[in-house]
Design a protein. Structure first.
Length: 116
């Protein structure tokens, strides 16, 4: 079963969060945060290179946010239901699209790019 991306729920640019993740889930991501390499900050990120942002979240939002919710719990329940209804094929296609997006990002020298 797929799981929601951790960075949708916590602030990953916070050094304490980075340390918490590194200490408890070392295989999650390896980032050199040494001051001599990048001033202790995580590398920049782009929604165009995040499968959750460029594909999955819009599906969740369309499904779960099509009507107002009376509470956070109702929203969570709606998001969970929408997440469980996303087919593995949709997820696979989104992941398979990543190399094409990465190539376009490199061609744009990290700047804005259209992904058609």
């Amino acid at each position: 079963m797929p799981c929601l991306h951790l960075t949708n729920f916590i602030e990953t640019e916070n050094i304490e969060t980075q340390n918490l993740i590194r200490d408890n889930v070392p295989e999650f991501i390896e980032v050199d945060i040494s001051p001599q390499r990048n001033n202790g900050e995580w590398p920049p990120n782009s929604p165009d290179l995040n499968v959750m942002d460029y594909s999955i979240w819009s599906i969740l939002e369309a499904e779960a946010c099509s009507k107002p919710h009376q509470s956070i719990e109702a929203l969570k329940k709606s998001l969970t239901k929408a997440w469980n209804n996303i087919s593995q094929d949709v997820i696979d296609r989104a992941v398979d699209d990543f190399p094409k997006r990465l190539k376009k990002c490199i061609e744009a020298d990290g700047g804005h790019f259209e992904n058609n």
